[in-house]
Design a protein. Structure first.
Lengths: 422, 387
């Protein structure tokens, strides 16, 4: 049925688009807001991580609607990218939607994204790395919705059983601790096999995805090769495994089911642990620094996108202002554990969640490790076509013990560079 | 990849003409997404040929067109227009985010086809791998599912078998179960420490991590005979895959999908064969028995020729549907090179890379391949021995 659905989309959406008149694309320079501020109905498409997020979005939409005299229809997409693409191709996009990094460049190039960043809030109010992610040709297109960074999660019971004391702060300690924690049926460290975890080690070793000018990729740098080599050595010792190797869908599942004593995941793990694995006693610490003492992590984010062809951009901007306001960011953070994209609010949130329950439940992870990462985190690659390039890399990282780091990164570099050619 | 969305009911009579019709109706929808809509109405789309004496009066002719016009309109709007539009898109750089006919969509000529077929790069390599995977998938799945379906039908049709209804239901059950549910169960069975590997472990065999294992079945056999990466094969290749890769056979991941598909679809095709077998008069069987034919001779010389039209139908349907396998692949993993197929690759680059132009080009190349192979198949496997 999935197959039918996806195959149907291309032609269905195409034929629908044919029947509707082509609307003019919005220019990126002059922003003219349309529609009234009161008495309009907005559509709001979300890609929710679960009930908690859906309810929080619905509550925010209802509160804004009540205060301003508007109505918001919340559409919780089951397959977000497909549904959003359909809506755009059909000429009736949602007024406000989650702007995902992978679609950002394509939306901008097609003139489908309203350059609303500065209309909502000044760029300086947000983490610079997040603003950069949603800036194209010096235009700040949409404000960052929230942020998620990677940190190291440690199973406290396993940790104590192995007789360990201080959490690892260097690569050498991480390898030693993983070794000490590995025993029958438990692997010291389990990560999801993807660039979205491995990349953190690049950053810790002084490496990066792009060169310093941001003009080309730098996947094959010596720092990155060394970082991947470090992971390979741990894998060869059997103290690092990937989630499929321990029959898990992701690092959090391996960690929650007790197959892993440590994992590397983002703050979304807090909610998953509470709802699915509430009995695991764990702690969150920043990722250990590389040999040069460099701190590194990855940041993942969405933005509040407004459709350029929306008939009610004035109301949409007002709605996004509400969603991105400090008070609402704090509400979202408390409801489902995403980090505020405003440094001031993030610090406030961290202060109230250092070792106290995030919501109901007995787990009390200290979220400051995640917030700390925002200061030095490396953003994702947003280049058009990168998902397929990354998938080719990810698919070869299932068995890290068997990889050739230099060759694998050279291949990634070659494939990624091909995207930059006109 | 179940066949429950195929026009099963309409083709149960399994006559030669129904085979032709099913194929004619099924082929164009290879590219088309309009799978469920009009295909069952395929026969209605074309007015019946005048076979009787005497011509129809002019008025009747007009009414004929009038009566079929609703079906015709649906076909045009939901089948032919989308196919033509998709063909057009395959020559453009459409991102999927605008009206495909708007001025922002650029005509790029054969560029999308070149990226897939001639330019060295990731797309060509992925496409080559997808074609290789699917080719072996078809070569294994179609004969196995057809053979198993025929075997099941012959067993169930046996007049001395008790509880026929029970066995028929058991065999048909996988076909009416959600392919998603079946895939998830198979993923559990074949995971690293799953049931299959536990059983293998009891015999001292260390099973692989099936679904993510890209090693080819044939490669493992070659390796057992000491052949590994012969330079003759490694140094030559096409579509971004060297010849050693092309002769690798189905990956272990693909073998799991093959087993799953054969198990799922053989029940459907068993019904096809069962319907055909029930048409065969018992007299023929008894006559040949009196003539002293062995059971095998009776099957080979009497039964098989009589179910030949159904056999051809099942083969054609099998070939077409196996080239379009998607749901199982979608569930097993994002761009897993062990199991990627052209249909999934088309979806991936369309929606993940916003590259609908190349996605449509993949779909059309797949369409051409299926049409070519179907024509070839019909040339070599005749429906009727008398032809």
């Amino acid at each position: 049925m999935k197959r039918w659905k996806t195959k149907a989309i291309l032609c269905l959406s195409a034929s629908v688009a044919m029947l509707t008149a082509a609307g003019p694309s919005a220019s990126a320079t002059a922003v003219k807001l349309t529609g009234k501020l009161h008495g309009v109905t907005l559509t709001f498409m979300i890609a929710s991580s679960g009930t908690a997020e859906t309810n929080a979005d619905k509550a925010a939409a209802a509160a804004w609607g009540k205060a301003t005299g508007n109505t918001v229809n919340v559409i919780n997409a089951s397959n977000f990218q497909v549904q959003l693409t359909q809506a755009f191709a059909g000429g009736s996009p949602p007024d406000v939607f989650y702007g995902q990094t992978s679609m950002f460049e394509s939306l901008v190039k097609n003139g489908e994204l309203l350059p609303s960043g500065n209309l909502v809030a000044p760029a300086k109010d947000f983490y610079p790395s997040l603003v950069k992610e949603f800036t194209y040709n010096n235009t700040f297109y949409c404000v960052p919705k929230d942020s998620s960074t990677l940190a190291l999660e440690i199973n406290v019971d396993d940790w104590k059983a192995a007789g360990l004391t201080n959490p690892p702060t260097t690569w050498a300690q991480l390898a030693a601790d993983a070794k000490a924690l590995t025993r029958n049926g438990v692997t010291g460290l389990v990560i999801s096999p993807t660039l979205d975890r491995i990349g953190a080690f690049f950053a810790e070793n002084g490496g990066s995805y792009m060169n310093s000018k941001g003009t080309n990729f730098a996947f094959n740098s010596p720092q990155n090769v060394a970082a991947l080599g470090y992971l390979k050595r741990m894998a060869q010792e059997g103290v690092l495994k990937t989630s499929p190797q321990v029959d898990s869908g992701w690092g959090g599942e391996a960690f929650g089911t007790g197959k892993a004593a440590m994992t590397i995941e983002g703050n979304w793990i807090i909610g998953a642990m509470q709802s699915t694995y509430p009995k695991i006693n764990y702690e969150v610490v920043p990722l250990p620094a590389g040999p040069t003492g460099e701190h590194g992590t990855l940041v993942f984010t969405n933005c509040w996108g407004i459709a350029a062809n929306s008939k009610n951009t004035a109301a949409a901007v007002s709605f996004v202002r509400y969603l991105a306001s400090p008070a609402q960011q704090l509400r979202f953070a408390n409801a489902f554990g995403v980090m505020p994209s405003r440094p001031a609010v993030a610090k406030q949130w961290a202060a109230t969640h250092s070792g106290t329950p995030v919501a109901s439940g007995n787990q009390t992870p200290n979220v400051s490790a995640f917030v700390q990462g925002d200061a030095y985190a490396m953003p994702q690659v947003a280049t058009l076509g990168f998902p397929t390039v990354q998938a080719a890399f990810d698919s070869q990282t299932t068995n890290l013990a068997a990889i050739n780091p230099a060759a694998l990164l050279q291949q990634l570099q070659t494939n990624a560079e091909a995207l930059l050619r006109p | 990849m179940s066949l429950k969305d195929k026009p099963v009911a309409g083709t149960l009579d399994a006559s030669a003409s129904s085979a032709g019709r099913a194929q004619a109706a099924a082929s164009p929808q290879v590219r088309s997404p309009r799978r469920r809509g009009p295909q069952g109405k395929g026969a209605k789309g074309t007015p019946p040929r005048q076979t009787g004496t005497g011509r129809l009066r002019r008025g009747e002719h007009l009414f004929g067109w009038l009566f079929v016009s609703p079906a015709l309109a649906v076909l045009l709007l939901f089948l032919f227009v989308p196919i033509l539009l998709a063909l057009y898109i395959s020559f453009t750089n459409w991102s999927g985010l605008t009206n495909p006919l708007s001025s922002s969509v650029k005509w790029v000529g054969l560029a999308n086809y070149k990226t897939l077929l001639s330019e060295p790069g990731l797309y060509r390599q992925d496409f080559g791998t997808a074609i290789r995977n699917n080719l072996y998938f078809v070569l294994f799945t179609v004969p196995l599912q057809t053979g198993l379906a025929l075997l099941l039908a012959v067993v169930v049709n046996n007049k001395f078998l008790r509880a026929k209804g029970f066995f028929r239901t058991v065999a048909y059950f996988p076909s009416v179960t959600s392919s998603i549910a079946i895939t998830v169960v198979f993923m559990f069975l074949f995971q690293g420490t799953g049931v299959v590997n536990t059983i293998l472990g009891a015999f001292g065999v260390q099973g692989p991590n099936w679904l993510y294992d890209t090693r080819g079945l044939f490669t493992l056999i070659y390796n057992a005979f000491g052949v590994n990466n012969p330079s003759v094969l490694v140094n030559h290749g096409f579509l971004g895959l060297n010849l050693w890769g092309w002769v690798a056979g189905p990956s272990l991941g693909m073998c799991v999908v093959i087993i799953m598909l054969v198990w799922t679809t053989s029940g459907t095709f068993m019904l096809f064969f069962l319907a055909a077998l029930q048409q065969i008069s018992e007299d023929l069987d008894e006559a040949s028995e009196i003539d002293g034919a062995t059971p095998w001779q009776r099957f080979r010389r009497v039964t098989l020729p009589l179910v030949r039209p159904t056999l051809v139908l099942v083969l054609v349907l099998g070939f077409i549907s196996t080239w379009q396998v998607f749901d199982q692949i979608f569930l097993i993993g994002p761009l897993n090179p062990a199991t990627i197929t052209p249909a999934y690759f088309s979806y991936q680059i369309s929606f993940q890379d916003s590259n609908f132009g190349a996605g449509a080009a993949v779909a059309f190349l797949l369409f051409c391949l299926i049409v070519f192979l179907t024509v070839l198949q019909r040339k070599f496997i005749k429906e009727d021995l008398t032809q």
